[in-house]
Design a protein around this ligand. Sequence first.
Ligand SMILES: NC(=O)c1ccc[n+]([C@@H]2O[C@H](COP(=O)([O-])OP(=O)(O)OC[C@H]3O[C@@H](n4cnc5c(N)ncnc54)[C@H](OP(=O)(O)O)[C@@H]3O)[C@@H](O)[C@H]2O)c1
Length: 347
Amino acid sequence: MISHGPDVVTVVTGASGFIGSHIVANLLSRGEVVRATVRDISDPERVDHLKNLKMAEGGSLEIVEMDLFDADAVDSAIAGCSNVIHTAASVIISSKNPQKKILDPSIIGTRNVVSAIEKSGSVERFVHTSSTAAIRPLHWTDGQILTTESWADDATVEENPYGLAKASAERIVREWHEQQPVDSRPRLVTIHPCMVFGPPMSPRHLRGSLALLMMMVRRNLPMVLPMQVSIVDVRDVAEAHVRGLTGGKDKGRYLVVAGDMMMGEMARSLKKEYPNRKWKTSVAPYWLSLVAAFFHPKVDVAWAKRHLRKKLYWDATPAENELGMVWTDPEKSVLDTVPPILEQNWV
Ligand SMILES: NC(=O)c1ccc[n+]([C@@H]2O[C@H](COP(=O)([O-])OP(=O)(O)OC[C@H]3O[C@@H](n4cnc5c(N)ncnc54)[C@H](OP(=O)(O)O)[C@@H]3O)[C@@H](O)[C@H]2O)c1
């Protein structure tokens, strides 16, 4: 529970997004006062689902327009608030112009956010959404367990622009925090989700991590890949952010990972739960997956060699012990993603 009252305003950046929307839902269900930032307030796909969220007594929702590149808009969105949850970022892993499309929103945007927090003088709690991508180096060994001691230090614009963007944004936050006077700086927690599944609230939510599941729903691939997927539920990710406002250690870095499934297991679960739909469940042989990666516009053979057939694990016990997180079963997260997609005809 976070300290209540009309004076305690929580700003959620990127509130139109998949994770941001669930954080807003979580806060409103607790009767919190929320200021949600979106890039385009006139777009129903960005705001309608937020306006329809259930609200407990005392809760209120203000939606404000804010682009991370517009420092004045960031200043006014954060002015006077007590809590900041900064989820906004460009969530794409490859682009023809990675600097502009992937790195700049995270780097310039996060600089603007910490500058606004400093100017406001009112922020007491700051939760920043980082990622497993800020932790996972390019090279890891099969069966390795990564902890929050690790950083994606070898990420480059060419090889791992998303990892570089997430690690750089987190460093900006941490270095800024370190420079602030200890008695007046906000408490800081960073949250590091892996691949996030769970119910989408808007068709816009299908484009990030849910794109992998959408490929299976749409049967875009003739076969599934021999690939492990680390999974966490979006509702747990939202809960961890909200708990991080008051719980956990100051400067804590929390991996939020519930478990993992092979893509083939995901496909078989989906087929069992939704037998009226057709699913591709055969797993492609390794060599064929490499050929597919060669021709795929978004992945390359080097990526495929690093990820296919290999297993990587994450130590999320600090989030369990210090934030009290109990994870939704990954299979349930996968299955719960589908009903809104079918009901709203987003296929
Ligand atoms: N989904 C995952 O599997 C996953 C895993 C680990 C970490 N994360 C992190 O979680 C956060 C949220 O991700 P998500 O999955 O919710 O992605 P998402 O649905 O794409 O949401 C991203 C949000 O950021 C906003 N945004 C992007 N560029 C912006 C800009 N220049 N100015 C202002 N807002 C901007 C988007 O606004 P628009 O709606 O206007 O585009 C959207 O609200 C990100 O920091 C991401 O790196 C996600």
